[in-house]
Ligand binder design. Structure first.
Ligand code: R5P
Length: 289
């Protein structure tokens, strides 16, 4: 089952699984509430696909759908959320701040039996089941998909992660693509303000591919690209798993001198070049049947 905004992706997943596909319909009332209608004929195991970018409405709709599917006879629900929201807020930085990762993880664990996601932003914890307390939690990596995509391009490129958190992704992709990699360091001052220090390796390359899990406001990638261009790098491309692109993120990247931007189809966006369906289908087979 899937929702309207990623209908193509959820249909592809159903196709890869050779399963029937149904839409969960959402009507948004003028006052912001949602009417959710699930298909009437789902029994046994139900697989619900929904990426949780722009998550607040989607989370409520997911809960409404899950509750209703159970009432109608689903005894096992698998959530496939290629992008898993609220993973970056993993501690309270100030007194009184909600640790959203834990709260949202507990919420999802109450309504679903299993969760499958891709490249979740795990920073201060090692395993996803520490955030989403379920027996079956599959955290997939898009490294193979991305490395295959990059392997078809120019060989003399440096893969650069913009901050320490990106090390996990950039190193995995570089190892599989057979490309060199390095990691910059970042200090965040605000939503749209970061300070980046480039590693010395960047001086030896004319072409750099920036690799990160998400482009949100685009600030991290744009500031890194700006410094690279200033230092003489002539070609700067970007690859991300999750194309969030909030607000003017796209323009920021372009103004900073970024060339090609590509992403997986975890979130529908014109930069989508890599299809996650086969990877997700393999994971669903492992935990749903
Ligand atoms: C943070 O550690 C993440 O990996 C991303 O670098 C970050 O969330 C990107 O956010 P923005 O695009 O707003 O700089």
């Amino acid at each position: 089952m899937g929702f309207e905004e990623t209908r193509a992706q959820s249909r592809q997943l159903a196709g890869s699984l050779d399963c029937p596909w149904r839409e969960i319909e959402v009507h948004r009332f003028p006052d912001g509430e949602s009417r959710v209608t699930v298909p009437p004929d789902v029994r046994g195991t139900g697989v619900v696909h929904r990426s949780l970018d722009r998550p607040n409405d989607k989370l409520v709709e997911l809960v409404l759908a899950a509750e209703t599917l159970r009432r109608q006879g689903c005894d096992r629900l698998v959530l496939v959320a290629p992008y898993l929201c609220y993973m970056r807020q993993d501690i309270a930085f100030h007194p009184g701040e909600a640790v959203a990762q834990r709260v949202v993880g507990n919420l999802l664990a109450r309504y679903f039996d299993a969760l499958i996601t891709v490249d979740p932003h795990l920073h201060r914890i090692d395993r996803l089941d520490q955030a989403v307390p379920l027996k079956q939690v599959l955290s997939l990596s898009s490294a193979t998909l991305i490395s295959r995509y990059l392997a078809t391009g120019e060989r003399k490129r440096l893969l650069l992660g913009p901050d320490q958190e990106s090390r996990q992704w950039v190193e995995a992709i570089a190892a599989q693509a057979g490309l060199p990699c390095a990691v910059a360091s970042k200090r965040r001052m605000g939503d749209r303000e970061v300070g980046i220090a480039l590693p010395r390796e960047t001086g030896a390359f004319e072409a750099v591919v920036l690799v990160d899990d998400v482009a949100s406001t685009g600030t991290t990638l744009a500031e890194t690209a700006r410094l690279l261009a200033q230092g003489g790098v002539t070609r700067i491309d970007v690859v991300v798993t999750h194309a969030l692109f909030a607000g003017d993120a796209w323009n920021r990247l372009k103004q900073a001198g970024v060339g090609e931007v590509v992403s997986t189809d975890s979130i529908s966006h014109p930069t989508n070049r890599m299809c996650l369906a086969p990877l997700l289908a393999d994971a669903v087979r492992r935990c749903a049947f």
